[in-house]
Design a protein around this ligand. Sequence first.
Ligand SMILES: [Zn+2]
Length: 420
Amino acid sequence: MKIKTIKVIDGKNKWSESKDKLIHMVLDLGVYENKPSNKIEGFYERIKEHLPSLQSHRCSEGKIGGFFKRIKEGTWMGHIIEHVALELQTLAGMDTGWGRTRGVKGQKGVYNVVFNYEDKDKGKLAAREAFNVVNDIIDNKNPQIDNIVKKLKTNLRENIRRILKEELLTESVSLPIKLSGSYQAPKGDGDALHSFDRRKSDHFGGYMLTGGPIPSNFSSKVKLDQGKGINQVLVELAKKGIKPDVKSISIRVNSDYTVEWEAVIDESTDGKAYVGVASRGSAGGGADSRAQGQLSGLKSKNPKFCNWTPVLDLNISKPIKIRQYFLKYTMCNPKELPNDIKVGGSSSSGGASSSKEKEFKSWEPGEYKIKGDEQWTYKLTKDKEWEAKLNNGSYTSLKSALSDSNYEMALGFLKLAKKL
Ligand SMILES: [Zn+2]
């Protein structure tokens, strides 16, 4: 008996209308074409002993134990290898369970064995190991099921750990972070010109504090070079356990009503975590006194923020008079974070939720664990956002802690999570 080919299918295929992630193995049964399972002495007893969980496979019988019944009555090795490959993946915590085995037309003893996978590399490994296991059982050797399952499981577990360790821990952050952006205000619109973040009337502005997603009608006029605003980055850093600070903000207002800005964010050196910047100001005649009047209201309206410290006092007269203050602040209660700020997920693409994210729509909020992962506990919030914590640590938002691609990968793993 030998494996002729193992191929990975990811997309539309002739085997299944609903499954698109399939392993396609071509097997040549050799002498076993004439030796189905009932013709091999002790095969039924041995496979039951080594893989008792195959009891749950219904197969064409449609009921529990159905597959074992087929083995007892006699079925071919391709079909058995298909079921073993699925079971090995199941034992490793992967959600599979669909398979088909069909003879190749015109080639006696050659079979197409097709089954689904979650991870293509582990699917291929399951195919090879299932072949070995069935051969061992035929030869009355002991298949090392535990080791195989461990092999199929380890990568998965290590991947999660690696991703979360690399990204959640602080080493991955390289400081200082420079942020920049620009925007084009309509000519003559002084109010839009000093909407460094966004104005109430139509939400036009530079989004330099709260960051994206930028409304699509402004996307050609507003640019966030790193896809993020100052306050987003401050909160992200604070969530990673870093005490952030805004070292500088510089702004250039040009005569063609374009505005360019730059900010430098670094670790705080005064022991305080500056988690936000607020800005107030005014344009035109009397801007100075109006700007100062707004400033006094800022503190009284935000009693949760403390340590108000000026970062920039913008005072220009061209193309129009603008007086604008930028002040950074800490939380009065350092254990809290500003909750009115959108964090993470808002890359320059606009933060559309991924299709993987939608798969959790029907899941219940609560704490989850992934089989085989003792270190991490996951939490699905009421808003269907995933958070993670290490042992007795505190929960961190996965979306804000992971890069976009790793976040997508983590969502794939989280499909395996079971509610506590
Ligand atoms: Zn079957």
